[in-house]
Design a protein around this ligand. Structure first.
Ligand SMILES: CCCCCCCCCCCC(=O)SCCNC(=O)CCNC(=O)[C@H](O)C(C)(C)COP(=O)(O)OP(=O)(O)OC[C@H]1O[C@@H](n2cnc3c(N)ncnc32)[C@H](O)[C@@H]1OP(=O)(O)O
Length: 224
């Protein structure tokens, strides 16, 4: 745990050194192209191992990749989300993917279509601290929203969170790995009801439980 936190902070310090002086776009031609042009950028798949991933996260990732071999499970690449991004908002990115490797939300989501459920393997980095040494409740809520939201979005299409209830039962140590199991329980018209649990990698500790209501957007209705 400590090793992955240290690795993430080292990456940050290196990046900080590079960043002093000019604006981000001026220093980074790739970023500049993204911000100021309509040129298509090939998205990076963040839902793959990087050096900040702990042994626990890699182990679980490998186990689920094995489960994908018979087609019952599917790994969801992170760039599926970018389908919704319009050209003029090309600098926009999913909140959970806006951090440098290891500092924020490191996760991968697997989907099982037959069971209508997802498993999200999540390692919360040092920038997500709340009470010292533990994950911030808002970061946990964000990750639950993203994981459960994805479980709703696959059958539901474009959905938004209408209600999310979370019971925080145990604090989650910073940089540890948790498993977020989400399940689609019921669909009523445009309403999708889901539930989820957040457990330790060995499944012995139940950290949080949540239920969520997601609404499939009505194409006839304006959001604003
Ligand atoms: C592919 C890439 C994926 C990408 C997926 C990535 C996952 C990321 C997940 C992040 C998700 C977010 O952060 S979303 C951001 C946070 N959420 C929001 O900002 C949503 C703000 N709220 C809204 O815009 C709106 O309330 C909506 C869109 C949720 C619903 O509005 P609407 O479409 O007009 O629907 P409306 O007629 O009001 O309600 C439809 C039915 O739902 C019920 N209903 C509505 N809200 C509630 C509620 N809070 N509690 C109980 N029931 C409710 C109504 O009673 C009605 O029931 P009945 O009469 O039919 O029985």
């Amino acid at each position: 745990m400590l090793r992955s936190c240290t690795a993430a902070l080292r990456t940050l310090r290196a990046l900080r050194g590079r960043r002093e002086g000019a604006s981000p776009a001026a220093r980074d031609p790739v970023l500049a192209r993204r911000w100021f042009s309509t040129e298509k950028v090939i998205p990076k798949d963040h839902a793959l191992p990087n050096p900040s991933w702990s042994k626990d996260l890699r182990l679980l990732f490998d186990q689920f990749m094995k489960k994908c071999e018979d087609g019952s499970w599917e790994r969801l690449p992170s760039y599926k989300n970018s389908k919704l991004v319009k050209e003029q908002l090309s600098q926009a990115q999913l909140f959970t993917r806006g951090y440098e490797d290891g500092l924020g939300f490191e996760y991968v989501i697997f989907y099982n279509d037959d069971e209508k459920r997802t498993v999200c393997l999540f390692q919360g980095g040092p920038y997500l601290q709340g009470v010292p040494g533990f994950l911030h409740g808002g970061a946990i809520a964000t990750m639950i929203d993203a994981a459960v939201g994805m479980c709703a979005a696959i059958p539901g299409g474009i959905v938004m969170t209408a209600n999310l209830n979370i019971n925080f039962k145990r604090p989650i140590p910073l940089c540890s790995v948790v498993v977020i199991n989400s399940q689609l329980d019921k669909i009523e018209g445009r309403k999708l009801f889901l539930s989820c649990t957040v457990r330790s990698a060995d499944e012995k500790i139940l950290y949080s439980e949540a239920t969520g209501l997601f609404i499939k957007l009505d194409p006839e209705k304006s959001l604003i």
